[in-house]
Structures are given as structure tokens and as C-alpha cells.
Design a protein around this ligand. Structure first.
Ligand code: GDP
Ligand code: IMO
Ligand code: MG
Length: 459
């Protein structure tokens, strides 16, 4: 079925247009003819169900855009029993209509991207794909460097997906990174690769006592080939999205990871190496944040975490195993078992504030059915002090003990509830939702009670 639920955006859009037309006629200001921008972000530790929610809204969008991260992300979408696992290509790809865009803030492993295109072709999908000419390229030595870093960092390592994410973003900041456009210009590629290769070679050798597994010449040949294959997709996507905005097209941004993995606002250093928050759409695609209409924070009804680092609401082994199996909590990218625990509203409170979330999409409520009483963390007790916000101090976060509120659980949900709507859900489930809304001051407008596109309720 075609997705529903963006209707109120149009109402808000009229207000927005009136506002810009009549109250802000700044010199040189151009009307955007009713732009419609929605951003989907993760409000926890990633894997909240962003792919499912993005797919749900993608049918009403003209563009679906990734703005940060790389193939460390794994987004699962299920439609009529068919399962799609996406890593780099935005989760709007299951519809014919929207254009898929990979913005400049994304880091691209060309081999992984070509594999993903092939995977989709095999499933009968030909994505209409645009890749930013300014996006940085993951090189083989970045993946090797991830290994070296993980060993070097010891207990401070986040448990990287080993996709080369931290090293490629570091090279971008060092300013010897390689961008997608460079793959189409062999002389520039050769010039840049030489510097980047030498630098990484010395680092890998000094820190990991290793040599780069592939020699410079063969990397050059391999990446020239990727450039030839990917050239038709590479363009200035910022310009394309700007013109789409001016023509009133609907643009949906799909975040990867989640608030606690954000390089600035997350539990550093147990984070990823990009900003996952909604504000990053501007730097990550060249589309201004001025005209965002909706920011949807996807929130799982409990938490999961793949990777290392302190996790205050983590469940003890046996209870955790039950929830992990029921929720099929295994990493989409690495297959690693995800650590699971009770919902942490200290975390979600921060996500609401920092993203400017207009609403929550609450997922996996079906997994908490038949679970008995449910605990929800509303604050931390840190060295005898009550803390309502995420601490920056690693020392304090390691000491954080969850303060729980207990709510009664609910029984089995039935398939017809998605048709019958929100009021048909058990009262205790609706009380759970209300409790979350009150605690984090943000409405829950989307409810997900199963992995299928159709198992979604809009309030
Ligand atoms: P993402 O990284 O945020 O896109 O999330 P993932 O796709 O990595 O992980 C979420 C998993 O939960 C996927 O396997 C989804 O198919 C599944 N899922 C999403 N929403 C629901 C839901 O409401 N109920 C159930 N049972 N599964 C869901
Ligand atoms: P999606 O988009 C969950 C975690 C890794 C590790 C840390 C750093 O599917 O929600 P990196 O490879 O980025 O250097 O790893 O971040 N991580 C994720 N965890 N979901 C993700 O993406 C993740 N992407 C990275 O496990 O702890
Ligand atoms: Mg995921």
C-alpha cells in the first residue's frame, strides 16, 4: 500500500508559505513554492527502525536522501514478506517514483555500493540514484586502519563495524581525502592517492606494525574502474535538491545511527564519526535547514546497542536473551548480537532537544507484548545525585544507575489493530505511550507494531 500520513505537512506548508511571503520579504529572498522537508533520525543507539519508517513515508516523497555515515548503517525494510537490507542506498528505493540521493556528508565504499546496486538489480529494482561529487571515498587502507585503531584504543574502542568510517572522516579533515569526483579524473586520483596512501601506510606501520595489504598501483587501477562504473550517478546533488525544493518537491532525509552515536552529542568516544542529528542535513547535502517541516525521531520501545561502551539500562543475560531473540536483535551489517535493555528516556529527552524533534515514531511495541511489567528509565542516579540529562563526563556515565518507573505490560496484539487504529490498542500500551510523551515533551504520532510496512499506525 501507498504510505499515508504526510497530509498535515501540507497544512503546515501553507502556514510556512504565508509566513515567508508576508512576514519575511527579505531582499533577494526566493519563494520555495511550498517545499516539504522531512527528516528521519535515530533517537537512541541506532537500529531503531529508521529504514522501516523511511520506507513508510517514501511513497509520498520525490527525493529520499542520505546525509551522513556510510555502510556501517544497516536498514531493513519488509514489504509483503520480501526483505530488503540496505546500507548506503536510501530506504525509498522500493518505490519507482522517488529519486535516491547520497549526499556529500556520506562516506562511500565504491565496492560496497556496486554490490548493493547489484543486490537490488537481482531483486528487480533499478534505483534512480544520484551521488554527490563531493562525497568522500573509503579506501582499502581505511578498513585496515579501523582494525589497527580498534586494537590501539582498547577499552575506549566503540566496537567499530570495521567499514573504515573513522579513518575516512579523519582523512577528510586532514584534507588529503579522495572524493567521488576524483574517481572520474585519473590524474587527480593518482596525485591525491599518493599522499593519502603514504600517510596511512606510515600510520598503519607505526601503530599497528603492519603494511597496507594492497599496493598503491593496484588500488589506483581498481578505483579508476569504480570511477568509470559510478560516473553516470555522480553530480552536484546540492544543486539538484535546491531546484527540487524550488519546485515544491517533497524531500525526505534518512538519518543513520542515532543520538548516542553522534560524534558530538553521543557518548564519546563510544560513537561513530559523523553527526547523525537533523541539523547535519545542511552540511551533509547542501540543503539549508531553514525549511525543515517535520523531524521524526525513531525510537524503539526498548533499547538495543551493537558495539561496546557503558549502557545503563542493559538487561541481565537471561532476560536480555529473551528480548534479543523475540526482537531478532542481531546487527544488519555485522550480524553481531545486539545488547538489549529497558527504554532510556534520559537519552530520548536529549534526542528531542538536540534534533528539534516534532514527533516520535515508536517502534517494536509488539516485541514488549506478554512481557509482564515494564521498566522505563526516567533519570540516572550518579554518585547519589539525580541526573535528568546525558552527562558529558565518561566517569559519570560509567557510574550512572538507572532510576526506573514501572508500568504494567499488555498482552498479544492482533493483526487487525493496524486497520482499526490507535484506539484499538490495549489501554496499557497507550498508557506506555502517554508516559513517554509526558516525560520527553514530544508527541508520539507514529506507532509501529511489526516489521512490515503495513504494520504502522498514524495517530
Ligand atoms: P535501522 O538501522 O534504524 O533502520 O533499524 P534496523 O533495520 O537495523 O533494525 C530494526 C529491525 O527491526 C529491522 O529488522 C526491522 O525490520 C525491524 N522492525 C522495525 N519496526 C518493527 C516493529 O515495529 N516490530 C518488529 N517486530 N520489528 C520491527
Ligand atoms: P544504523 O543506521 C547501530 C556503532 C558500532 C560502534 C560505533 C562505531 O543501522 O542505525 P563505526 O563503524 O561507525 O566506526 O562504529 O557505532 N554503529 C551502529 N550501531 N546501528 C548503526 O547504524 C551503527 N553504525 C555504527 O557498532 O559501536
Ligand atoms: Mg540498523
Amino acid at each position: 500500500p501507498r504510505s499515508r500520513g504526510l497530509g498535515d505537512v501540507y497544512k503546515r506548508q501553507i502556514v510556512h508559505l504565508v509566513y515567508h511571503t508576508f512576514t519575511k520579504p527579505a531582499p533577494g529572498y526566493m519563494s520555495l513554492n511550498g517545499s516539504k522537508i522531512t527528516v528521519i533520525v535515530g533517537a537512541q543507539w541506532g537500529d531503531e527502525g529508521k529504514g522501516k519508517i523511511t520506507d513508510y513515508f517514501a511513497g509520498e516523497s520525490d527525493y529520499v536522501v542520505r546525509y551522513h555515515g556510510g555502510n556501517n548503517a544497516g536498514h531493513t525494510v519488509i514489504v509483503n514478506g520480501s526483505i530488503f537490507k540496505l546500507h548506503l542506498i536510501p530506504s525509498g528505493v522500493l518505490y519507482d517514483h522517488p529519486v535516491s540521493v547520497i549526499g556529500n556528508g556520506v562516506v562511500i565504499d565504491p565496492a560496497a555500493l556496486l554490490n548493493e546496486l547489484q543486490y537490488l538489480h537481482n531483486k528487480g529494482i533499478q534505483p534512480r540514484l544520484n551521488i554527490s561529487d563531493r562525497a568522500h571515498v573509503i579506501m582499502p587502507y581505511h578498513k585496515q586502519m579501523d582494525d589497527v585503531l580498534t586494537n590501539h584504543q582498547g577499552v575506549l574502542a566503540a566496537g567499530s563495524t570495521k567499514r573504515g568510517i573513522a579513518p575516512v572522516y579523519a582523512d577528510k579533515m586532514f584534507r588529503h581525502g579522495i572524493r567521488m569526483i576524483d574517481l572520474t579524473e585519473p590524474d587527480i586520483l593518482k596525485e591525491k592517492l599518493h599522499r593519502s596512501y603514504e600517510f596511512n601506510h606510515k600510520l598503519i606501520n607505526a601503530i599497528g606494525d603492519q603494511v597496507i595489504q594492497e599496493d598503491e598501483k593496484s588500488i589506483y587501477r581498481e578505483y579508476c574502474q569504480y570511477g568509470k562504473k559510478l560516473a553516470p550517478y555522480i553530480k552536484d546533488v546540492s544543486l539538484e535538491l535546491y531546484s527540487a525544493q524550488q519546485n515544491g518537491k517533497a524531500i525526505l532525509f534518512e538519518g543513520a545511527q542515532g543520538i548516542s552515536l553522534d560524534i558530538d552529542h553521543g557518548i564519546y568516544p563510544y560513537t561513530t564519526s559523523s553527526n547523525s542529528i537533523a541539523g547535519n542535513i545542511a552540511t551533509g547535502t547542501g540543503v539549508s535547514f531553514r525549511d525543515i517541516d517535520r523531524i521524526i525521531g525513531v525510537t524503539k520501545a526498548y533499547i538495543s546497542r551493537v558495539g561496546i561502551g557503558p549502557l545503563p539500562t542493559e538487561l541481565p543475560l537471561e532476560k536480555g536473551n529473551d528480548l534479543r531473540e523475540k526482537g531478532k536483535e542481531y546487527g544488519t551489517t555485522t550480524g553481531r548480537p545486539r545488547r538489549v535493555g529497558w527504554l532510556d528516556l534520559v537519552q530520548v529527552r536529549q534526542a528531542v532537544r538536540v534534533n528539534g524533534m516534532t514527533e516520535i515514531a515508536l517502534t517494536k511495541l509488539d516485541i514488549l507484548s506478554n512481557n509482564g511489567d515494564l521498566s522505563v528509565c526516567t533519570a540516572y542516579n550518579i554518585d547519589g545525585q539525580l541526573e535528568q540529562e546525558m552527562p558529558a563526563s565518561l566517569h559519570r556515565f560509567r557510574q550512572a544507575e538507572p532510576v526506573y518507573h514501572t508500568l504494567p505490560g499488555w498482552g498479544q496484539l492482533s493483526d487487525d489493530m493496524t486497520e482499526k487504529g490507535y484506539e484499538s490498542l490495549p489501554e496499557n500500551l497507550r498508557n506506555y505511550v502517554k508516559f513517554i510523551e509526558d516525560q520527553v515533551s514530544c508527541p508520539v504520532s507514529i506507532i509501529s507494531i511489526g516489521p512490515e510496512r503495513s504494520q504502522t499506525i498514524i495517530r
